[in-house]
Design a protein around this ligand. Structure first.
Ligand SMILES: Nc1ncnc2c1ncn2[C@@H]1O[C@H](COP(=O)(O)OP(=O)(O)OP(=O)(O)O)[C@@H](O)[C@H]1O
Ligand SMILES: [Mg+2]
Length: 286
């Protein structure tokens, strides 16, 4: 699906729907946010970006809908290279939920904010209203007439997510979407991201500091460090590799720590990624 690449590391990118091909991004002060970054997303998968502060996760993410344009390399979405002329089309395909929800909200009321995207895409006011109500219902946000800036941090984030869902993207990119959410809203967002993949066939890219959530949610983990991808693979491999995680300033997920400390770590396929999976294994071995 993607075009030819110059990069041997990107050889496996043929069936990808997002292809970040050896991208370097240099900020105005000369800092390289990412350097020679190669990254792919395949249909119907959830990819978690895990890495320490300043690793380059947000810089990578902001290239996926053309908010940032590479200094070196290129980014393609469904085989189409992002350039300044096709940003409108690209943003229909890729919805981005910012790390800072304040950056995303600007309308006088919550409902208008969520309607903005669909209206901008050419939907009628009636259709846009319907779509906005649906999206707000999905995230569980009831205060639809409130001024977005008077909402709590977590509520702002829910509205920002609704604003992206209302545009029905093919790929959803979320930068630390549960950062300031309480446990029940964080769980709700986790379930929404899972259902986007399972029920709507949407691919999700999510930057997460919550390694336990990454374990439960992701099909693939990319460890981001020093502006590049240090390692990537299945959660049952990557998230059980304590040395690798330590080298990126990360820790084992709680279930992995318990499982290993009980001396259970045998076959890769047996490794639990959630408390429920851990309980099942422990009760079998009782
Ligand atoms: N506007 C900017 N100007 C200069 N340097 C920047 C800018 N934004 C980010 N950087 C630098 O780019 C690098 C990558 O930052 P980025 O925000 O992508 O990291 P991150 O992995 O998202 O971190 P966090 O987990 O803290 O959100 C860091 O060294 C950061 O200081
Ligand atoms: Mg960030």
């Amino acid at each position: 699906m993607t075009q030819d690449t110059n990069c041997p590391m990107c050889d496996e990118a043929r069936d990808s729907i997002v292809h970040v091909d050896c991208v370097t991004h240099r900020y105005a002060d000369g800092t390289e946010g990412i350097h020679g970054m190669c990254f792919r997303v395949y249909p119907k998968e959830i990819v978690a970006l895990c890495g320490p502060n300043g690793a380059g996760k947000s810089t990578l993410i902001e290239h996926l809908n053309g908010l940032m344009i590479p200094n070196v390399g290129r980014v393609s979405i469904f085989g189409k290279e992002i350039d300044r002329k096709n940003l409108v089309d690209i943003r229909r395909l890729v919805g981005l939920v910012f790390q800072n929800a304040d950056a995303q909200l600007f309308s006088p009321t919550v409902i208008e904010d969520v309607m903005f995207g669909p209206l901008n895409q050419g939907m009628s006011p009636e259709e846009s209203m319907k779509m906005a109500k649906w999206a707000l219902d999905v995230v569980g946000m009831k205060e639809t007439d409130k001024v977005p800036h008077y909402l709590s941090g977590g509520q702002k984030r829910l509205v920002a997510i609704a604003g992206i869902l209302a545009m029905q993207p093919k790929i959803l990119v979320a930068d630390e979407p549960t950062g300031d959410l309480d446990p029940s809203n964080a769980k709700r967002i986790e379930e929404i991201l899972r259902s986007l993949r399972d029920e709507h066939g949407i691919s999700v890219v999510v930057a997460l500091h919550d390694i336990d959530m990454a374990a439960r949610l992701a099909d693939r983990i990319c460890i981001v460090k020093d502006g590049g991808i240090l390692a990537e693979g299945k959660p049952r491999d990557i998230l059980y590799d304590e040395k690798l995680l330590e080298s990126a300033g990360l820790v084992l997920p709680t279930v992995a720590r318990i499982f290993k400390s009980l001396g259970f770590d045998s076959g890769v396929d047996e490794r639990p990624l959630s408390i429920d999976e851990l309980i099942t294994i422990l009760s079998k071995n009782r």
